[in-house]
Write a protein of this length. Structure first.
Length: 135
């Protein structure tokens, strides 16, 4: 009988190459997933320690909002100013812990709610305390 087929050695080599290829594809998928998610965890952790406070004694019906940084060591990319839960200003910020920053906002009216949020990298942190603009 004259049987033709793939020898055992060639079959073994093909199986090994197939397994190596599968491991390579799996590594690329897992590596990109882990790399992307760990960078987000770092920003989220930085947000936990970063605290901004709107000073209620310095908010009036003018155009200035005073913000104090009470915590966090990471550099801020920006500060978002919210009036009645709408972002009205996005400002670059270099405010350090313990410093007060004066932020100019378009005319504020009595009764409006003002708050701020820090931005670290691409991560927007939670909003600060809310202060109601006085008369």
């Amino acid at each position: 009988m004259n049987k033709k087929g793939i020898s055992g050695v060639i079959t073994a080599v093909l199986m090994i190459l197939l397994v190596i290829s599968a491991i390579g594809v799996l590594w690329v998928v897992i590596n990109s997933f882990v790399t992307n998610n760990t960078s987000e965890i770092g920003s989220a952790t930085a947000c936990l320690s970063t605290q901004l406070t709107v000073l209620d004694n310095l908010v009036d019906t003018g155009t200035t909002v005073s913000v104090r940084r009470d915590g966090g060591s990471d550099d801020l990319s920006q500060i978002y100013v919210y009036v009645d839960d709408v972002i009205v200003s996005e400002l670059p910020s270099t405010i350090r812990v313990g410093e007060v920053d004066q932020i100019t906002v378009s005319a504020l009216s009595a009764g409006q709610r003002v708050s701020v949020a820090a931005v670290i990298g691409a991560q927007t942190c939670g909003k600060s305390n809310e202060v109601i603009v006085g008369p």
